[in-house]
Design a protein around this ligand. Structure first.
Ligand code: LLP
Length: 423
């Protein structure tokens, strides 16, 4: 699971108390455990050791360059979705030959940037994109390796905002059009068709959607073979869920056991793009209680972190467990809303949650915040983004410092016609 645990009623990450971290970098902040990250990426890798595979860590889950470097050191590549992510991955030392590029809206500039870097392949999401890649590659005098992303029309049984493999979703190419698109792609001189890609959604807690999608993809690979199109890479995307409250998601070993029999006769390199299952439970966000505000309707616990720091509860009504950093002496529970300072009613970290009573100054840890936490943070309400620390045994490594007010206005200018001073 993870390496956040109580010792003498104090919450620790590995061998550092969260109180010490608060003292060093202040609150709010994100805290990641090195040990958990390493264990998770290795568990994934080992689960598939009988199958030739590449892990392309989905860096949208957490793209801090220290985390990326760690993943690269563990042999992982990266699943990217923008030129910015490509820049980060290369800065962190991720080998370009392990980078795959997904996303429905790649621009010409981003395509050129990726071709220059000689990434492993593009996961192409539409006919228009295929043509643009062909054109850009032609102008550069190179051939672009591509996989087509197939939308298998499978219900991943997860939150609608994070389902991607249903017919009505914007992602991938419909299974019924796949053959046509593959034929077109294979005839383009500046395109080399190397793979099939599929990613059906995130936070999946069952295996059947994975195997159902895979069966459809394998049938397509067979059909392509008959047509003389040989697929060398099969990319099954990411999506394995984690425990936020009482979910019991499959372990990577279970996923491997479920799909291995289907892959027996396949001569393909398997690519996987796990994100959340690697980093989700390896991180927490720490916040401090500012006030208990009692109204006629309920108690609000106002904390110093807000929806701009961790958007998931507001956007998906996502559940994140909340723990006291110092275990309270009384176990009396009070049902409260835990809310932030932002001027929006949707700014909450927990609603109607029974927690031990808080007092001003208490530190709280919002658990399972390592994935889609910091990466979805913003500066809304002109709040500087918070620091990130990586804990390694007894050591606190600051891997991102807290933004300053000056950072908030970097890049903004007042045009000359407005320069007259105000009074
Ligand atoms: N591959 C592709 C093409 C993806 O779009 C994604 C996630 C992944 C891999 C990684 O999926 P994972 O293993 O992390 O489930 N912000 C949402 C999650 C959005 C996921 C987007 N795509 C959240 O906070 O739950």
């Amino acid at each position: 699971m993870h390496d956040f645990h109580y010792h003498d009623n104090q919450l620790y990450c590995e061998n550092v108390s969260l109180e010490e971290i608060a003292h060093k970098v202040g609150t709010p902040c994100y805290i990641y455990s090195h040990k958990t990250l390493v264990r998770h990426i290795r568990a994934f890798d080992q689960a598939f050791n009988a199958i030739p595979h590449t892990i392309a860590y989905a860096m949208k889950a957490n793209s801090n360059i220290a985390i990326l470097r760690l993943m690269a050191q563990e042999g992982s590549g990266a699943d990217i979705v923008s030129g910015g992510e490509l820049f980060r991955a290369l800065e962190a030392g991720v080998p370009s030959q392990k980078i795959v590029f997904a996303g429905v809206g790649k621009s010409g500039d981003e395509i050129e940037q990726a071709l220059k870097a000689d990434i492993l392949m593009f996961n192409v999401e539409s006919a228009g994109e295929l043509q643009l890649i062909h054109e850009v590659a032609g102008n550069m005098g190179v051939r672009a390796r591509v996989a087509l992303r197939i939308n298998p029309d499978i219900d991943p049984k997860t939150h609608p905002y994070i389902s991607t493999g249903l017919k009505k979703s914007k992602f991938g190419i419909g299974a019924e059009r796949a053959l046509e698109e593959f034929k077109t792609a294979s005839e383009l001189t500046h395109i080399e068709v190397v793979g099939v890609h599929c990613h059906i959604g995130s936070q999946l807690t069952e295996l059947t959607p994975f195997t159902d999608a895979l069966k459809k993809i394998l049938a397509l690979i067979e059909t392509l073979k008959v047509q003389g199109i040989n697929i060398r890479y099969l990319n099954i995307g990411g999506g394995l869920g984690i425990t936020y409250s009482d979910e019991v998601p499959p372990h990577p070993k279970d996923l491997a056991a479920a799909i291995s029999p289907l892959l027996q006769d396949l001569k393909c390199q398997l690519i996987m793009e796990p994100g959340r299952s690697i980093v989700g439970n390896a991180g927490v966000m720490m916040t401090r209680v500012l006030y208990n505000k009692d109204t006629e309707a309920k108690r609000f616990v106002v904390v110093d972190a807000a929806m701009n720091d961790l958007l998931r509860p507001s956007l998906y009504e996502a559940y994140h467990d909340i723990q006291h950093v110092r275990k309270p002496s009384s176990s009396r529970l009070k049902t409260v809303d835990i809310v932030g300072p932002i001027c929006e009613s949707g700014d909450f970290l927990a609603k109607e949650r029974a927690v031990p009573e808080t007092v001003s100054g208490d530190l709280l840890a919002v658990m399972s915040a390592g994935a889609y936490g910091f990466t979805m943070a913003s500066n809304y309400n002109s709040r500087p983004r918070v620091p990130e620390v990586l804990i390694q045994d007894h050591e606190i490594h600051v891997i991102r410092t807290r933004e300053t007010y000056a950072d908030l206005i970097r890049g903004e200018t007042i045009p000359a016609f407005l320069k007259k001073s105000t009074s």
